[in-house]
Design a protein around this ligand. Structure first.
Ligand SMILES: [Zn+2]
Length: 451
């Protein structure tokens, strides 16, 4: 028989995350050339959907792959190195020195592969990263098959791979030029660390470079109360107003965190159509504060969900992040109806895709979109019985329940196992790097973790 489709997924509940949030109880998803060619309630015998590969979802949930709107991939190598510290102390005395000492090309590569392995085994098909040595990050991500928006870091200090800060924009621009048409799954970007680590000149030049290439500009903004206060005393305005005054904010800028923002700031973000990456677990762990997500939603802002780097989370499991996001805002607002499961799932899929500029291609299961899909195994005690799939996804499922994962129709995880990656070898190399870090004199682990 002639195969019309490359792959057909059936016998599952399809959570489309389309505009109407349609849920198809006995759904069929047909994939051809990496693209979703058909989505429907099963109308006939499965043999009548001619495909090279027929995949039985075994009654599980079929949904769009998750989108991590903010991460620093190589930092998985620093997971658990220093915890329970104030953000400035953690950054200045532990993370920045560790990066200076240990972030070499090979560390970046192994940290990235480790993060990609963790992400694909927990349902993430796309991430938006910002770091240094981004060309090495990009090569490693391309090796794994995941989709990503990758931003070369810009900061006014000597940085890994950019010892001379005067060259930071050139390096970022060259990275974007190099990766613009290199791989359909990799989208390059520019990542300025923050308004307090980049001068006005750097910020405007970096944004100009991003505009010139037509790519996303990412930046940490208003993460802590101290940062917002310092911006007010240095520039006489809030971080958002400051960036607005420099002409940085537009629909291709992604504001990460946005915790210490007032209504005027939110008006500006809404007017500029600037999206926000919400990273609740990182903000909780560093006690940075709680972003006013309910007010952002009221203003119609696009909000994606991010884990932030592994050193401040300490994992890349977006299922846990969804659960935390839903509950955090309920307790802060003292209202169990805010941030309902559908809103949170949208943030982790289609809204995250919109925030990073990929919503036309990914983020939902709809005809014409890339086949970035996950299947959740519901044969688990914590997932039976199943009344509302959106409830299970946010409040009960974990990343470890993801049975299969596809990017552009390619199976990267099948039956809980990665297809392309040798995870054992990656973990061995990560442990070896960990031993070197632990044996180093630069970081005293006991000192770092002392309460
Ligand atoms: Zn971050």
């Amino acid at each position: 028989m002639k195969h019309i489709y490359d792959r057909v997924i059936h016998n599952g509940m399809v959570l489309t995350v389309n505009a109407g949030f349609d849920i198809i109880t006995d759904g069929v998803v047909c994939i051809r050339d990496g693209v979703i060619a058909r989505v429907e309630s099963r109308k006939r015998a499965i043999d009548d959907y001619p495909a090279r590969d027929i995949m039985d979802a075994a009654g599980g949930i079929i949904m769009p792959g998750l989108v991590n709107a903010h991460v620093h991939l190589p930092m998985s190598i620093f997971r658990g190195l220093a915890d329970d510290l104030p953000l400035a102390d953690w950054l200045n005395h532990h993370i920045f020195p560790a990066e200076r000492e240990y972030i070499r090309p090979e560390t970046v590569r192994i940290g990235t592969l480790l993060s990609c392995a963790e992400m694909m085994l927990s349902g993430t098909t796309t991430c938006c990263d910002g770091y240094f040595h981004e060309d090495i990050v990009a090569s490693a991500v391309a090796e794994t098959g995941l989709r990503a928006v990758l931003g070369q870091g810009v900061i006014d200090y000597p940085a890994p791979g950019v010892p001379d800060p005067a060259r930071n924009i050139d390096v970022a621009s060259a990275f974007v030029g190099q990766w613009r048409d290199r791989s359909p799954r990799i989208t390059p970007s520019v990542f300025c660390h923050s308004p307090y680590t980049c001068s006005a000149t750097t910020l405007t030049a970096a944004k100009a470079a991003a505009r010139q290439h037509g790519v996303l500009f990412q930046i940490h903004v208003a993460e802590t109360k101290d940062e917002a206060a310092a911006c007010r005393s240095a520039h006489g305005m809030s971080p958002v107003r400051y960036l607005n005054s420099l002409g940085i904010l537009d629909e291709q800028t992604l504001v990460v965190h946005g915790i210490w923002v007032d209504d005027d700031d939110l008006e500006i973000l809404a007017k500029r159509k600037t999206a926000v990456a919400h990273c609740p677990e990182s903000a909780m762990k560093l006690a940075a504060g709680v972003a006013p997500v309910h007010r952002m939603l009221d203003k119609g802002l696009t909000i994606g969900l991010g884990t932030d780097g592994c050193a401040s989370n300490n994992n890349l499991d977006l299922f846990g992040e969804m659960d935390a996001a839903a509950k955090l805002h309920k307790v802060i607002r003292k209202d169990p109806t805010v941030m309902n499961a559908r809103t949170v799932i949208r943030m982790a899929t289609i809204e995250g895709a919109r925030a990073v500029g990929l919503d036309r291609r990914i983020g939902s299961i709809e005809v014409g979109k890339q086949a970035d899909i996950i299947i959740i195994d519901t044969h688990q005690p914590h997932l039976a019985p199943l009344y509302h799939p959106e409830s299970h996804i946010v409040y009960a499922a974990r990343g470890a329940d993801v049975r299969d994962l596809f990017v552009a129709g390619e199976a990267l995880v099948r039956d809980f196992s990665p297809v392309r990656l040798d995870i054992g070898a990656i973990m061995d190399q990560a442990r070896e790097i960990g031993r070197r870090i632990q044996g180093g004199q630069t970081i005293n682990i006991d000192e770092a973790t002392k309460s």
